[in-house]
Design a protein around this ligand. Sequence first.
Ligand code: MN
Length: 302
Amino acid sequence: MDMSREQVDTPAAGRVYPAHPAEVGGGLRIWRALPQRDLPTVGPWCFLDHFGPLAIGSGPGIRVGPHPHIGLQTVTWLIEGEVLHRDSLGFEQIIRPGQLNLMTAGRGIVHSEETPVPNGGRLHGLQLWAALPAADRGMEPGFVHHPRLPIHEAGDLAATVLVGRAFGLASPATLQAGAVGIDLALRGGGGHEVVLEPGFEHALVVVQGEASVDARALRPGEMLYLAPGRRALEIATQAPARALLVGGAPFGEPVLLWWNFVARSWDEIRAARQAWVDGTGFGTVRGYDGPVLVAPELEEGA
Ligand code: MN
């Protein structure tokens, strides 16, 4: 047994999880860092997809037809490229690097996401889901596009506060559950301390290049989990690199993820699926040139 590895893999020191390869609409290959089998949530964050970087070429890029959500908030953040969002509230919005889309599903919303035409030919970004706390799960749906976010610059580090508070800065985007999300862009050549909220657990994914966190090398396709109790982390790079850090208080409610729904019970999922199949209660997306997504069958016993 490799004792040094065992000692490193304690909750306080952090644990590295492999992200899972997956596919989203348009045949786009992505890394899914959350959920993990034994780690369904980090704070309220219950889904963490990293797509690209890639050249779209003559391909479609992202093409995800209208589909419903309940019980969650989605955060979309691009490093390269552009994505066109449409939803059942009537919002139609192109998002570009440096901007953030926050969609609140609440009791129900439908949206589509696609690479607009024309486009810059590149795509690289992240989409995250955060579970809504019990008290907010029935709230009205909403969508907010944040064109500008606060940026903390120190030496070779530019840290964009996507969600919540960090570096003494507050993002205009906040999650119902309370949470933090930070984009860390490093030009390379040094280390930086990132102060953490000790009541939060955190996850860090490197999305470009390579970074060492607390002297541990991380690459795209891996996620470092840090249990609550940490007051800071040290991130260092030798060359340009980019990472996403997310966190929040341990969620404390069991979360049931099925398809695009974040629920608490199979009864709730069955009802939401049936409403989508019946075309009741979710509204419609206008302008998307393609079919809506078909809900998968519910498994026996669910
Ligand atoms: Mn969606």
